[in-house]
Design a binder for this molecule. Structure first.
Ligand SMILES: [Zn+2]
Length: 306
């Protein structure tokens, strides 16, 4: 397919957003609709409707990539691991290909985030990139040489349900996780986890951004909670660095707006990393919320070397 435009679709739990980007990565058209929650057929039709509406505007047939929570099981071709549970077990990719009459690429939304930032964002041109989502949940994706590392089980980069490494005595056995285990990284590093940790240490009922905000203004209890959070993030990322040794780690999701993370965490992670020096950079995202549609569009990869 030699389409000039790529259409990326970000299939979220509350909205479906679609955008057409040109070969330079400039967003030319953008549309969104509410997700028909709980209705699989209507979800497929809503995606097809967005694609058709955008193609009418741009006047050509484009490639289509989809970013979604969860992933397509390589063995069955069916959706798995999605928190939009009405998609689980459905042949989403096959049904969209039938409806749109062309091949469609589908990837996990954290993978799309990593790909977006690796293609023309905060990690543009870098060989090995780890993209982290720190939001209501914790996810991750790996891009190598400008392409997503999918993995044999389509879970590469999913570090959120590994146990928090180098646990302190008071972190054992750790909070229970919805996945059935305890002390998962997500139970310490998501936004709700930071808020819960603050309350467990006698703090007030505050959201994660409020805790960071109060900490920046000198509140001692909030400062201590943020310190604990940053040490845990440093430990979690150190284990990733020991494993894939990325050039750049890009943070995304709601907590990526906490500016202290970028200056403080690299000062903390060195003692956990098996190296005499650490060249890995920790950076904020360039594309923010747009990385969902942008990364999905870039699933149809740019030609290598022009
Ligand atoms: Zn878990």
């Amino acid at each position: 397919m030699t389409a000039r435009f790529r259409i990326g679709v970000d299939l979220g739990g509350t909205k479906i957003e679609a955008a057409a980007i040109d070969h330079l990565g400039v967003v030319r058209r953008r549309r969104r609709v509410a997700t028909p929650s709980g209705n699989y057929r209507a979800t497929i039709e809503a995606i097809a409707g967005l694609v058709a509406a955008i193609e009418q505007q741009i006047g050509e047939t484009a490639s289509v990539g989809i970013g979604m929570p969860g992933t397509i099981s390589p063995s069955s071709g069916l959706v798995k691991n999605a928190n939009s549970t009405w998609l689980i077990g459905r042949p989403l990719q096959r049904d969209l290909e039938t409806m749109l009459g062309r091949p469609v690429r589908v990837a996990n939304d954290a993978n799309c985030f990593a790909l977006s930032e690796a293609t023309d964002g905060a990690a543009a041109g870098m060989e090995t990139v780890f993209g982290v989502i720190l939001g209501t949940g914790v996810g991750g994706g790996i891009a190598i040489g400008g392409r997503i590392l999918v993995g044999a089980n389509a879970i590469a980069g999913e570090w959120g349900h590994n146990p928090l490494p180098w646990p302190r005595p008071d972190e054992i056995p750790g909070p229970e996780c919805y996945c059935g285990r305890s002390a998962c990284i997500e139970t310490f590093l998501s936004g709700p986890a930071l808020a819960a940790d603050h309350r467990r240490h006698g703090g007030r009922q505050l959201s994660a951004p409020e805790i960071a905000d109060f900490a920046a203004r000198g509140d001692a209890a909030c400062g201590a909670s943020l310190e604990r959070y940053m040490d845990r993030l440093a430990r979690g990322l150190a284990s990733v660095i020991n494993l894939i040794d990325p050039d750049v780690i890009v943070l995304g999701g709601g907590l990526s707006g906490i500016s202290a993370l970028y200056s403080q965490v690299p000062l903390l992670w060195g003692k956990y990393i098996f190296s005499d020096m650490v060249g890995t950079r920790l950076v904020p995202p360039v594309h923010g919320d747009s990385s969902g549609v942008r990364g999905a569009a870039w699933l149809w990869y740019p030609p290598q070397d022009g």
